[in-house]
Design a protein around this ligand. Structure first.
Ligand code: FAD
Length: 375
């Protein structure tokens, strides 16, 4: 079976790796750099906390477990860190919701530990306990984070070296013809690739028109990430305080995300690491980690979060175009290794996965953009 995977982010790389491993002849085409889209600037927290409905929670948990398996498959993969994560809310008004969520997670089999401030001080001595006050603290030991670019590069290299996959960066696809006897994918530069199956892994670009196939309705939003200079900090675990997320990003750098900063940046663009948004990020971190200095922000990046229009994963055969499969999701860093495996099962081995039953593209059939109809 000849498969063309469009998009080489963390989803496309996972799909390419698993389908090649399952025996397919795989070609990967990306419009730009390998993992240069959302996967290049993702907080990349592997988690399922707060994710609903339960089928979506289960998909994320399956992703977390698949990360462990894949990491072993590569022998302690350098991209994966399961250090757990810490969560607290500064306002008492949020404590009941935090407890309700933790109870629900525990009931669904997720690892949840309530820890004391003393225990937190043992785990992360550089966190200023005065920033916590009387807030209850939850520790989620199964959570972690991933370096998505390293992940994608490693999986694509393995797909190429072990199973002869062919990888092409800077090869934007503009047309797909799955109706002709010879099914083809054509790039903007005119190169043509034959395929039995085409898998769309274009993330937030999935709502852009590709000639010959319907697009997927998306409600993608801008995400903003700050990266510090190397800081003399031994922080090992990510922490989540109110809408602030902070984690180590290697070599002493910290990665910072704050939802309220996303909200003040309406579109993609270059942001100044000394500008207003950077100030909001660095001030928020300094309230928790005093070791961080006011001018420690080295860079600030914006990316689109790929979010299908109903916010849930979209994975399955696209109705109306035989041989066309879509794999687009938010929380893609968490879900990717599982999605790669189940897509290889569905596409190459002809099995159907119940775990994807709630996430099929045919739920968008009635959407006005023509989903499910031939264009
Ligand atoms: C700020 C931020 C924080 C996030 N935090 C988390 C988190 O904590 N945990 C989590 O699990 N997820 C998180 N996410 C979401 C996660 O990063 C994404 O779901 C995931 O990276 C999507 O991967 P992808 O491969 O689908 O998309 P991408 O990485 O965007 O890859 C899509 C690729 O398709 C290519 N492409 C597009 N059009 C074409 C074309 N016509 N031809 C060829 N190639 C094409 C692009 O060049 C791109 O490389 C976050 C995202 C953002 C932006």
């Amino acid at each position: 079976m000849r498969i063309v995977v469009i998009g080489a982010g963390i989803i496309g790389s996972s799909v390419a790796y698993e389908t090649a491993k399952a025996g397919a002849k795989v070609t990967v085409l990306d419009a730009g750099k390998i993992a240069g889209g959302a996967s290049a600037a993702s907080f990349a927290w592997t988690n399922a906390t707060g994710k609903r409905p339960q089928s979506y929670f289960a998909l994320n948990v399956a992703g977390m477990r698949a990360h462990l398996d894949l990491s072993r498959e590569f022998g302690n993969a350098p991209w994966y860190n399961q250090t757990g994560s810490l969560e607290w809310y500064s306002k008492e008004a949020d404590w009941a919701a935090q407890e309700e969520n933790a109870d629900q997670m525990r009931d669904w089999g997720y690892g949840v530990e309530w820890i004391s401030k003393d225990r937190l001080a043992e785990l992360e001595p550089e966190i200023d306990l005065s920033a916590i006050g009387k807030s209850p603290i939850v520790y989620y030991p199964e959570e972690g984070w991933v370096h998505p670019v390293l992940y994608s590069a490693s999986l694509l290299r393995a797909a190429k070296e072990r199973w002869n996959a062919s990888i092409h960066a800077f090869a934007p696809v503009e047309a797909i013809d799955l109706s002709a006897e010879t099914k083809t994918v054509r790039t903007v530069s005119g190169d043509v690739y034959e395929a039995d199956v085409v898998i769309n892994c274009t993330g937030s670009w999935a709502d852009r028109k590709l000639e010959g196939v319907p697009s997927i309705p998306m409600a993608s939003t801008v995400g903003v990430l700050g990266f510090t200079l190397p800081v003399a900090s031994t922080l090992q675990r990510q922490f989540h305080m109110d809408d602030l997320d902070v984690r180590p990003d290697g070599a002493g750098r910290l990665m910072i995300h704050k939802i309220s900063v996303d909200d003040v940046v309406p579109e993609l663009g270059d942001l100044d690491p000394k500008g207003r948004e950077a100030g909001l990020l660095i001030d928020a971190v300094r309230r928790v980690l005093p070791a961080v200095q006011p001018d420690d922000l080295e860079s600030i990046r914006t990316t689109m979060r790929p979010i299908p229009s109903d916010r849930l994963t979209c994975s399955g055969w696209v109705p109306g175009v035989e041989g066309y499969y879509a794999a687009v999701t938010h929380s893609g860093v968490t879900i990717a290794p599982y999605l790669g495996k189940v897509i290889a099962d569905e596409v190459v081995r002809g099995r159907v996965h119940e775990s994807l039953a709630d996430f099929r593209p045919d739920r968008f059939i009635a959407a006005k953009n023509g989903m499910g109809q031939r264009s």
